[in-house]
Design a protein around this ligand. Structure first.
Ligand code: UGA
Length: 452
């Protein structure tokens, strides 16, 4: 089957490479000519573990191509995935202008039957609007289409894992034909019958649930899933604050709470808060959707508020420890919103750095992947060659992204090169006992801390 994937961003590239790997012929389109040039030169416009190799392998096998003209893709593909960005507007709503633009261009050039699938995260009822759009704007009366929703659940940094071994595949359709086409496209993933490109001895072989719903429900499932996960994080962060106040250990609390199968242990890691291009934006968009529908979504407003306060609380801790921040040298380990990505969008680390700069601190930062992108956002700080350089002569180091490489540091050396051996761990990545053993003043999130 020939499939068009519109948008060569994070979701589009993983979808395109993933579909190509399971045997489809994929044409990936982006109107950013530079991005297409980069991809056609064998390089990658973003960092995602394993994705570069997968793209190259499928390009060489002639199952994956990159072009800039949407018309060429539509002419050759019955199935079209829309994977363009839906960034937030000022009022929190999702900006659907890129989706609308793609729909308009499809309407202008499509002939015959097409299945148009929204994969971008969109508010509920976008599918309905797309159906209406195609009915109104199609320029050829032979253009017939089904619209479907197929939300993505791809975590940055683990996107290939999530594409090939998903917990479920959700499709929202209003025709049997659309459901059948989507089942056919995903059959190798549903049956786990593909040659796994990420695990040598892939053990994950149980059938993946295929959830078929109406279009509205599928759209809503995506926002509800992300909001629920964000809610878990804010919940454990709220508990972490209580643990700090009363002298309990949030690590133990989260571990035991998560052992209850009804709750589950994932997304109960406390820290400096969630960031990225999804949770903050999707929460806001879902709140708008709820409010517009006349529903009380104040629960999610609280989730957002708790998250925003994470940075304030960390800054308060630094001020408490350093007394005067102005003029002090502070090292920052980690800039990405989470490890295994170079993405700094809504990264709590950048929010912390901006606040430190406003307090007059001298910030020296290091991240294994995200420095280039961080530099574009905050050019005025010093970016260091490694974590040691960031800690050199610092009066405090803030650990803000839990990269494994930080766990392999020679802590004795770090201890020696700092002016004051104070570590504030915003991701609870180090062990309190180890840090105490090396003589650090160590403050994590959600416990009294050995140095206080
Ligand atoms: C999230 C969802 O997990 C994906 O299922 C979804 O497809 C994606 O958004 C999307 O909508 O496209 P992602 O934003 O890549 O994926 O990252 P997560 O792994 O979910 O982490 C989000 C943030 O929460 C990070 O800043 C992370 O550090 C933070 N987090 C996560 C915590 O603070 N505590 C936790 O226990 C887990």
């Amino acid at each position: 089957m020939s499939i068009a994937v519109i948008g060569a961003g994070y979701v589009g590239l993983i979808t395109a490479a993933g579909l190509a790997q399971i045997g489809q012929h994929v044409i990936c389109v982006d109107d950013d000519l530079r991005k297409i040039e980069i991809l056609n030169s064998g390089a990658m416009p973003l960092y995602e573990p394993g994705l570069g190799e997968l793209v190259q392998r499928n390009r060489q096998a002639k199952r994956l191509e990159f072009i800039s003209q949407i018309e060429d893709a539509v002419a050759n593909c019955q199935v079209i995935f829309i994977c363009v960005g839906t960034p937030p507007l000022e009022n929190g709503e999702a900006d659907l202008s890129s989706v609308e633009l793609v729909a308009r261009r499809i309407s202008q050039c499509a002939r015959g039957y097409h299945l148009v699938i929204e994969k971008s995260t969109v508010p509920v009822q976008t599918g309905r609007r797309l159906q209406k759009h195609f009915a109104v704007y199609r320029s050829n009366s032979q253009f017939q289409c089904d619209v479907a929703s197929n939300p993505e659940f791809l975590r940055e940094g683990s996107g290939l894992e999530d594409f090939f071994h998903p917990d479920r595949i959700v499709v929202g359709v209003d025709s049997e034909k659309a459901a059948a086409l989507l089942e056919e496209i995903y059959r190798p993933v549903l049956e786990q019958s593909f040659v796994c490109p990420i695990h040598e001895n892939c053990q994950s072989r149980s059938r993946v649930p295929f959830v078929v719903t109406d279009i509205n429900s599928a759209e809503l499932i995506k926002h509800a899933s992300n909001s629920f996960l964000a809610m878990k994080i804010s919940f454990i962060n709220m508990i972490a604050d209580l643990c700090e106040a009363v002298g309990a250990d949030v690590g133990k609390v989260a571990e035991a709470v998560g052992m209850d199968k009804r709750i589950g242990s994932s997304f109960l890691r406390p820290g400096v808060g969630f960031g990225g291009s999804c949770f903050p934006k999707d929460l806001q968009a879902f709140v708008r959707v709820g409010e517009e529908a006349g529903c009380d979504f104040s629960l999610l407003r609280e989730v957002e508020r708790i998250n925003q306060r994470r940075v304030d609380l960390l800054i308060n801790k630094i001020k408490h420890e350093l007394w005067v921040v102005r003029g002090k040298r502070i090292g920052v380990w980690g800039l990405a919103f989470k490890p295994h990505t170079d993405d700094v969008r809504s990264s709590p680390a950048l929010a912390v750095i901006r606040r430190l700069l406003a307090e007059g601190a001298q910030v020296r930062a290091y991240d294994p992947q995200a420095m280039q992108k961080a530099k574009a956002e905050i050019p005025e700080i010093e970016y260091c060659a490694d974590a040691y350089a960031a800690a050199q002569d610092a009066e405090a180091v803030l650990a803000l992204t839990e990269w494994e490489e930080f766990l392999r540091l020679d802590l004795r050396k770090v201890r020696q090169i700092m002016v004051r051996p104070l570590i504030l761990d915003g991701r609870n990545m180090f062990s309190r006992a180890t840090m105490a053993g090396f003589g650090f003043e160590y403050l994590d999130i959600g416990s009294a801390g050995v140095g206080s």
